[in-house]
Design a binder for this molecule. Structure first.
Ligand code: ATP
Length: 584
């Protein structure tokens, strides 16, 4: 129960509704008990008339009175039951939404490393599955438990006062029912968790095969993939059947145990009526109704216990993420204006999860407005340099300085908002091209969108689409080519007017003429922007003010294009190779 304590702050937020809900539950149950009492009274009036104790007129007036009471109590009990759900279930939906918002906000605060360590499916489950299990506790479980407590507190004393020994006999089967339902609910919960797992396996499988449909078709793997799906589906069916089997016990068990209680009422109550222990026949009718009325709340005690256990397990999982502190912390509250000078001093960086040391004693400097190109084999640490500049990670040792200040002493938001980052795989949202370009600059005008799309040499492609800038991308929209995606992504980075532009192999999918065009435009627009270009191509690097060559995380060569082609080394080899390719 300790984990569930973290929900108290949400309960406090909606305390008035909950308190009102509590009184409404009491009112609803009191009127429900009154209903039974009036039915008992009606039976007694009829019985007295049949015995000749009262006249027909008294019978009529008695019946009318109790029927009207019955009607009133039924209507009020119905109204309060409705209000009870309105209060408590509505609060549970509020808390569910708040909890989802809080989990989502926490996810956004967490650093990139967190996303590398945890699987997306797991992150999604905590915000959907786990939160809805917690909601079952916050809403239905609390409501039914309250309902049961109020009902026990009103019905059992009433029964006891009316017929003490009969009360004891009729209540005997109820704890057995509660325990049996608890055991059954636990089993149902266990099996439905397995069913859920299979459901998500099926979803992942289908999603992946639809995404990879082109590969499946071109390798004519339809048959095999179908076979895998059919097997998974068969296993899932088996798990569903296992679940259905235990679920099928639920109602028979309840009906059986109610039946046993009813039998006891009729048998023992009948005997007590005959020997005069119970004087009114109406008491027997009331008892049968009470037993039926108590059955569901008794069953809910078992059911609610299993819901609370499941909610606790889910809340533990949610808290695990809510308690994680972002690895990257902002230490400076006030905004820091950024000019764009970047200095690396002996920077070494090791990725926590793989223990790979991606950078080893890297030192360089780029001044505001200059262009630095980083060239190197795959896996040599180029992207890592860009990630460190954006503080997606913090260095293991050494120092990065921005405008002469250690990067950790710069306001994180100022730093990131002054960077235009074009990652290696340009990610575009399922939205229009215009909205994708405006992503980081929502206030930008249509003219600005067009101007930056022109600078990124993608305008002419966009206007060729039927809907131009309003063309929707993504699953239900158009698919852009790799080069088009890269260029839309460059336009997105430029529109934010960044002080630092980071291009991570962002021109790899465009031809060399377009590359040239974009780089010339960049040099014009971004004259006061520090630009770092990561590339495998000499053509992207040759005009840079400074070029560094990385190999296995170390800088092996550096200088200008002319200096580097004059030295033996990786740059010269690459230059020769790419010149030969161009000529052939
Ligand atoms: N998020 C990560 N977690 C763990 N290890 C990583 C991560 N990202 C990169 N690495 C490792 O760090 C090393 C440097 O990777 P990096 O992506 O910086 O290389 P790169 O030079 O940009 O390569 P490429 O040219 O292929 O993009 C590689 O060995 C890589 O496997």
């Amino acid at each position: 129960m300790k984990a569930l304590k973290s929900l108290n702050k949400y309960f406090l937020r909606y305390k008035w509704r909950l308190i009102l809900g509590f009184f409404i539950v009491i009112a609803a149950r009191v009127f429900a008990v009154a209903n039974v009492n009036f039915i008992g009274k009606i039976v007694d009036v009829v019985r007295s008339y049949l015995k000749g104790d009262i006249t027909q007129d008294l019978l009529k007036s008695g019946l009318l009175k109790y029927l009207l009471f019955l009607l009133g109590a039924t209507a009020l009990s119905g109204l309060f039951t409705f209000l009870m759900r309105q209060m408590i279930i509505v609060v549970s939906r509020f808390i569910e939404a708040d909890l989802k918002d809080d989990v989502y906000a926490q996810y956004q605060r967490l650093s990139l490393g967190f996303y590398k360590k945890n699987r997306t499916g797991d992150l999604m489950n905590r915000i959907s599955e786990d939160v809805s299990k917690v909601r079952m506790y916050v809403g239905p479980a609390i409501m039914y438990l309250l309902n049961a407590i109020v009902l026990f507190a009103t019905v059992i004393p009433y029964m006891y006062v009316t017929a003490p020994s009969l009360t004891l006999y009729t209540l005997i089967p109820l704890p057995v029912l509660s325990l049996a339902i608890y055991k059954l609910s636990r089993e149902i919960h266990k099996r439905s968790t397995i069913v859920q797992e299979y459901l998500s396996k099926l979803t992942t499988f289908t999603q992946e095969s639809f995404s990879g449909i082109a590969v499946i078709k071109s390798y004519t793997m339809e048959g095999q993939v179908y076979g895998n799906f059919a097997q998974l589906s068969e296993d899932s069916k088996g798990k569903n059947l296992d679940l259905v089997k235990v679920q099928a016990f639920f109602f028979p068990l309840m009906v059986g145990l109610i039946g046993a209680s009813n039998l006891l009422v009729v048998f023992i109550g009948g005997k007590q009526y005959l020997d005069g222990t119970i004087t009114e026949l109406g008491t027997l009718v009331e008892f049968i109704m009470f037993v039926n009325m108590l059955t569901w709340p008794v069953a809910t005690v078992g059911w609610v216990t299993s819901i609370i256990k499941a909610a606790e397990a889910s809340q533990i999982r949610i808290n695990e993420f809510l308690d994680v502190q972002p690895e990257i912390q902002n230490h400076i509250e006030v905004a820091t204006p950024i000019q764009g000078d970047i200095t690396f001093k002996d920077v070494t960086f090791t990725y926590d999860d793989t223990n790979i040391t991606a950078l080893k004693n890297v030192s360089f400097e780029v001044k505001n407005g200059q262009t630095l190109a980083i060239i190197g084999r795959t896996g040599s640490g180029k992207s890592t340099i860009l990630e460190l500049i954006g503080r997606l990670y913090d260095v293991t040792s050494g120092k990065i300085m921005v405008d002469g200040t250690t990067i950790t002493q710069v306001n994180l938001n100022s730093l990131r908002s002054s960077i235009g980052y074009v990652p290696q795989d340009a990610f575009l949202f399922s939205d229009s091209i215009k909205e994708n370009i405006k992503f980081g600059a929502t206030e930008a005008t249509d003219e600005e969108v067009t101007a930056f799309a022109k600078a990124a040499s993608v305008h002419h492609n966009i206007i060729d689409f039927k809907n131009g800038y309003d063309t929707v991308l993504g699953e239900r929209g158009i698919t852009l080519s790799g080069g088009q995606k890269q260029r839309v992504s460059i336009a997105r980075a430029l529109i934010g007017n960044p002080k630092i532009m980071l291009l991570d192999d962002s021109l790899s999918a465009v031809d060399t003429e377009t590359e040239e065009e974009i780089l010339t435009n960049l040099a014009k627009i971004a004259a006061h922007t520090t630009t770092i270009i990561v590339s495998h191509r000499i053509s992207s690097a040759k005009n840079a003010d400074h070029i560094i060559i990385l190999d296995e995380g170390r800088i092996t060569q550096q200088g200008t294009h002319n200096q580097l082609v004059a030295q033996d080394g990786y740059y010269k080899e690459l230059y020769k190779k790419q010149m030969d390719e161009k000529e052939s």
